[in-house]
Structures are given as C-alpha cells and as structure tokens.
Design a protein around this ligand. Sequence first.
Ligand SMILES: Cc1ncc(COP(=O)(O)O)c(C=O)c1O
Length: 417
Amino acid sequence: MLNLDHHPSGRHFLQIPGPSPVPDRILRALSLPTIDHRGPEFATIGLKVIDGLKQVFRTRHPVAIYPASGTGAWEAALVNVLNPGDAVLMAETGHFATLWQKMALRLGLAPDFVSLPGTCTTTGLPLAWRHGVPTELIADRLRADSSHRIRAVCVVHNETSTGATSDIAAVRRAIDDARHPALLMVDSISGLACAEYRHDDWGVDVTVSGSQKGLMLPPGISFNALSPKALEASKTAKLPKAYWAWDEIVEMNKTGYWPYTPNTNLLYGLHEALDMLLGQGLDTVLARHRRWAAGVRGAVRAWGLPVQCADPAVQSPVLTGVITPVGVDADALRRLIHERFDLSLGTGLGKIKGRMFRIGHLGDCNDLTLMATLSGVEMGLKLAGVKLAGSGVAAAMDFFAAPATQEATPQPMAATA
Ligand SMILES: Cc1ncc(COP(=O)(O)O)c(C=O)c1O
C-alpha cells in the first residue's frame, strides 16, 4: 500500500490554496463501488449533481462537467465559443491569468493582455500581481473597440497565485456601458463555494471551475457554467473541438448521463460535497471563509509582513499571500516549515516565486486548523530568523475567540502599493 506518511504521528496540514483537505465524509463516498454509468441508478446521481452545481454557481442554465483538471475546462471554455484568430481581452492578475493567456495564444487566438503598469515601491513586485482586474483598463479597451473585434473578455475571479479577487459585476458593467457584444468568461476555479459568486446575476457567459478547492474534492473534475448567449455562440464557433464540445454533453445531461464515461467516483464525492455545502447553506459557508481570512490577515498584520494583495477591498476569502522580507527565500521557509511541522503552504508562482508564500484557508477548515497553521508559520518564521513585529498567533487567538455570531469585518490594511 502507498505510504505517504513521512511523519511519525498526527495528520498532515494541507494548507495550500487547493487541492484543499478532503473531508472524511467525502473520502468515504469516493470509495463506494463504481456502478454502470449507463444504468438507472447513475441517472439519479447525475441529475442531482447537476442540479446542486447550478445552485452553487447560482445559475439556471446548463453546467458541463468534465473528467479533467481546471486547465481542461479553461480550454473547453475557449474552444466552444471562439474562432481562430479571434481577439480576446484578458487581464494580468497573476500566474493563472498568465497561463490562461498562454493557452489562448497556443489555440491561435489573439489575446490583448492588459496589465496595471509599474512595480510596487516598497516590495519591488509587479503592481498587477498585487491587485484585482484593472476594470478601468478593460473599459478603455472596450470603448476604443468600435468595430467590435474583441470577441470575449476573460478574467480570473480569485487569482490563486496572489490572493486577490476581482469585481466581476464591475467587468460586466464595463462591457454593458461600452455597449459591447463581447462574451464575459470567468475563471472561478478557486473562488467557487468560497467567495461570493453569481453566474446569472453578474451576466457571466462562461464560468470555469474545478473540484479541488471550495468543493473539497480531489482534483479531476472541472466545470463550464454556461449562458444562453454562450450556447448560441457555440453553434457557429470554428475552433476545433470534439471532446470538449458542449452540445452532446448538454443534451445527454438532461437525462443524467454523459456522452463518454464520466468520473463516477468523483461524482459520488461531488454529490456528498453538494449535500454538505447546500445543507449548511452557501451563505454560511461563504461567511466562514470571510471570517477565516480576516483572522489570518490579522495574524500577518501582527507579524508586520505585507499581504500580497495590496487592495483591502479585494483581499481573498480563500487564501492569503504573505510577502517575506528581502533576503528571506520564501521557498526555503516553506521547506523548513514542512520538514519541522508537517505543514504544506503554497509556493510563490511565476513573477513572485521565492518572494512570498500562500496560506490556504478554504474548504474543510476550522478555527483550530487555522490556529495550528498560523503557529507552524510563526515558529518557522522565527526559526528562519525573521524579525517579527509581534505575535500573529496571539492576534489570531483573540480574533477567533471573539463571539462566533459576529460576522467578521476585515480591518482595513494600510495599502502598501
Ligand atoms: C485560478 C486557477 N485557474 C486555473 C488553475 C488550473 O487548474 P488545474 O491545475 O486544476 O488544471 C488553477 C489551479 O490551481 C487556479 O487556481
């Protein structure tokens, strides 16, 4: 049997911003016997998970489920609605926005990658990687595009590499104010079921998401939530597609089946996850993420370290990026914390590699998981010789000991950029 237990006792702390820890209830569901995906019991499960997913995306329209990681669902979104050479407007918010833009290039699209210019004076890091989508720049581009060459605006809702969310309703308003017909496509791979998200109300045409974050499942299934406008565009779009094509999936999903062999056991897990999330109420789930995030950010503030996302209004409820002082290699710090305390933290990606680490506070967490996580980080910082302004653990204990009914309002952070 595979042995992943390198530590003598206790449970590993998986505090990366996805994959997030899988609850025992879901692990048990995953281990049920695989059944006939064309048999009668399967349709009951298929219809239930599609209906539950629609509630999580807050949509009345079809949601396609793929046996693929989030990257597959990114590709599905692009190839279903676009034509070779189409102009797409994308925004540099971090590593994942950059990867989606690279995929667009590989597919023969023509992305215009708008980016907040400049670097942060205090940290030397790119400003674009410390903020959400620059809506004004998007609005400028759309207003200037009088011939409507831009076919889609593609943005990341929760940039997992930085911990910045983006105001998707504001991007929609920018498109509408410019009276532009572009489709709005959003990556909410790490936002769904952790951060407020409204596919229909925000007028999103395609939302891309994945299983291994707020849905508390292992990686391996991913989603495209659609709009009627996206479905219409898919009828004439010319980029090659077969496996990813929505038409057959949406048609067969009406009866609870798929045109290919679906990921049966992950769908059992999804069934369980939806039962847990919708049973508790999505608003309750989102509120506890906001509270955890406020507690973790309070700890970072007490240490005197900068939060990667410099704009308090869009700091993520899903994860917190922490910038290490110049000269402290964030990856060496992560290694030390992993070796000493069996705690996994997220690495810095792309342009901010080595300069920051990420604390995931999503999915199957609770106040004590986060207290243990913050203890591991604080001990690691001290072992690495980082001079701290104060104890983040003490600040977080005070925060989490406050009456549980009180909805956390994050204290505004001094913007450092
Ligand atoms: C925001 C975002 N987009 C896309 C991806 C890529 O998804 P995957 O690694 O499941 O293919 C990730 C993965 O973490 C992500 O966080």
